[in-house]
Design a protein around this ligand. Structure first.
Ligand code: SF4
Length: 386
């Protein structure tokens, strides 16, 4: 994974590889466990902080290894302050996006799995850059660690401010704590940012295992959702995994003719095959599957399509998330009107399909996937603009 002479990127190493590396440095196995803890629990970025490691190992880490893999290149915060989107530059100049959403008593992080994407969805800004490359396991995990550090720091600052004011919170801090009571931790992760996660399967799963490992980052598997545009072999593989990570499928249309115009992968895996794979997944795991449906005005939001969708999903243990589209500048696709969305919801519910209308988060900060990257690439002409 590392180039010759490139620093050893520690976050890319699975626990067994980390143990081998620490052994190669002449250290006992328990040092690897301590290092693992520093990386994923104590969130260290500098070997000098690792106070229980011997000086010789800390020096080796400082000379040969790299911990931080992401350089923030741009950031936008929504006008309500609840959504933060950060554009990160990777070691080779690639740009990826991560979005933190602080709503509903949760800190949900939307992370990327690839730089760019090969899937070519016609309504998506990321599709326009094509696939640049897969993210490494470390680059996937690093997005979570970055925001976890940021949240913990905010939590520490609030605690210090409270202590400094004799235990009383300022009105602003009290307001913020009411909005985000879990301010100091990432509480949920959705792999719905740039890229098709199941097209980067091995790296994704190495990252997910670290994130749920109680000795690693330690987030509950059920707090994580992986979203696919519909790679059938990947769904079958996902169904065999032991971790109870949630699966979401971006459906966007209930028939092949329409879906193929929105998501070209539908030509390879038509709806009948996709839904059959979803039924296999539910039969194998007994877990509910989510369907994401981006509501686009005049495209996929008619009552007739709602009826067709209800018939397609009949009898399947599932949940439909309707998300009015985050519009891309210059794109013909626009979000559905509220009245059309409400009518769509009513039809699905009348057929007994559990449905949630998701609010569009961070609409004023280009929070749809690929949009901040496109804006920054346009204004800075970064070398990675695909
Ligand atoms: S919507 Fe998702 S799968 Fe489709 S092109 Fe964009 S990033 Fe890729």
């Amino acid at each position: 994974m590392n180039q010759p002479n490139a620093p050893l990127r520690l976050l890319d190493l699975a626990p067994a590889a980390l143990r081998e590396q620490v052994a190669a440095w002449g250290q006992p196995a328990y040092r690897a466990d301590q290092l693992y803890q520093w990386l994923y629990q104590r969130l260290a970025v500098d070997p000098a902080e690792m106070s229980n490691l011997p000086a010789s190992l800390r020096q080796r880490l400082a000379e040969e290894a790299q911990i931080e893999l992401l350089t923030p290149a741009a950031e936008s915060v929504s006008s309500d302050g609840h959504t933060t989107k950060t554009l990160f530059r990777l070691h080779d100049g690639q740009l990826i996006e991560t979005v933190l959403m602080r709503y509903d008593r949760r800190n949900t992080l939307c992370i990327s799995s690839q730089a760019g994407c090969a899937m070519g969805c016609t309504f998506c800004a990321t599709a326009q850059m094509g696939l640049q490359r897969n993210l490494t396991p470390g680059e996937i995990v690093a997005q979570v660690l970055y925001f976890e550090r940021w949240l913990r720091q905010q939590g520490d600052e609030r605690t210090a401010a409270r202590a400094g004011s004799g235990g009383k919170e300022s009105p602003a801090a009290a307001h913020a704590s009411h909005l985000t009571p879990h301010a100091s931790r990432v509480s949920n992760i959705v792999v719905m940012g740039m890229g098709e996660p199941l097209a980067n399967y091995a790296n994704l799963w190495q990252a997910l295992r670290t994130l749920v490992d109680p000795a690693g980052f330690g987030l509950g598997a059920r707090k994580i959702t992986v979203s696919t545009v519909g790679l059938v072999p990947g769904i079958d593989r996902f169904a065999e995994e032991e971790l109870q990570i949630n699966l979401a499928v971006s459906l966007h249309a209930p028939n092949d003719a329409l879906r193929a115009t929105l998501t070209p992968i539908n030509r390879r895996y038509p709806i009948a095959e996709l839904i059959a794979a979803c039924r296999r997944y539910v039969a194998r795991t007994h877990r509910r599957i989510s369907f994401e449906y981006a509501m686009m005005a005049g495209i996929n939001d008619t009552p007739a399509l709602a009826e067709e969708l209800a018939a397609l999903l009949h009898g399947l243990l599932c949940h439909v998330n309707l998300i009015p589209l985050n519009p891309v500048v210059g794109s013909p696709f626009q979000p559905s009107r509220r009245a059309d969305v409400d009518a769509f919801v009513a039809i699905l519910e009348a057929h007994g399909i559990p449905t949630t209308l998701r609010l569009r988060r961070g609409i004023d900060i280009n929070a749809g996937c690929g949009q901040l990257r496109a804006r920054v690439a346009q204004s800075t002409r970064t070398p990675s603009a695909g």
